[in-house]
Ligand binder design. Structure first.
Ligand SMILES: O=C(O)CCC(=O)C(=O)O
Length: 270
């Protein structure tokens, strides 16, 4: 009889799991913090820039900073996102034979200031809304959200809607919405809304399913909330090819999209 771990049970039931102890050593976190500072300042020690991003060096530091594929630009970030510990956690939750990074986002949520706070909330959404044009239906995709700072209720921690990955693939949700109330998301008939904060120390990590509804509020603490959203796939996934702006365009480049658990499985849905 195969035993199913607590992690796997929690992920299957809730659509997310929270690793509330650091999963890597403090040096890796400190190095990645320095890497984040460099990328935000436009300093790229790998000699190339990140992908085109909503926030660029020199932009308003009071806005939500989202930089696409920072591991292309910075060595410490590239090291962090290939940590085998991340792969081990994801494999424990999914029983995957292979886990590959396919996209990374640097996220820096500054503290709110003044009477007219900037648009730094993240509206309720699920990730499949943004991915469905690039991956085949049924693909096993998830996100590891890796904290570099103390992430708590006052610093704008992410919130997950418990069990929402089992809802139908309802349209709705918008990462950039500032509404941030349940009304902002189209709740399927008969379903209830139960939110849970993902509280994390530096080096901690949450994982969430591609259909799990999530969002986050303002950062009322005195320091920035800093993290990476590491988008992952397992061997049970397949891209839709032939699109110029395809989010899967780097998956054959193991420097940018490393396999962090197991190895590519021949003949799989991959
Ligand atoms: O950082 C946040 O608050 C939201 C991030 C997010 O939407 C994601 O990682 O999928």
């Amino acid at each position: 009889m195969q035993l199913v771990s607590d992690t796997a049970q929690s992920y299957a039931k809730n659509g997310f799991h929270i690793f509330s102890e650091p999963i890597v050593d403090n040096k890796s976190v400190q190095d990645a913090l320095a890497g984040m500072d460099n990328v935000r300042a436009g300093k790229y020690d790998l000699g190339r820039s990140p992908e085109e991003s909503p926030w660029n060096p020199g932009d308003d530091v009071g806005q939500l900073c989202k930089i696409e594929q920072p591991q292309m630009a910075d060595r410490a970030i590239a090291e962090l996102i290939r940590s085998p510990e991340i792969g081990d956690c994801v494999a424990a939750a999914t029983a995957a034979q292979m886990v590959q990074v396919w996209w990374v986002q640097l996220l820096f949520k500054p503290p709110v200031s003044g009477n007219a706070p900037a648009a730094t909330k993240v509206g309720w959404h699920h990730d499949w809304t943004y991915w469905k044009n690039f991956w085949q239906d049924g693909s096993e995709l998830l996100t590891a959200w890796f904290a570099l700072s103390d992430v708590n209720e006052s610093s704008g921690a992410m919130k997950f809607v418990v069990g929402s990955h089992q809802w139908e693939d309802v349209d709705g949700g918008d990462f950039y919405s500032q509404q941030n109330t349940p009304d902002d998301f189209i709740l399927p008939p008969g379903k209830s809304w139960d939110e849970k904060f993902a509280l994390l120390p530096p080096g901690g990590m949450s994982i969430h399913h591609k259909l799990t509804v999530h969002g986050s509020g303002w950062n009322f603490s005195s320091v920035p909330r800093r993290s990476f959203a590491i988008h992952l796939r397992t061997e049970k996934s397949a891209s839709i090819n032939g699109r110029g702006e395809d989010l899967t365009r780097y998956i054959d480049d193991m420097d940018i999209c490393p396999i962090i658990y197991g190895k590519q499985v021949d003949g799989a849905f991959a």
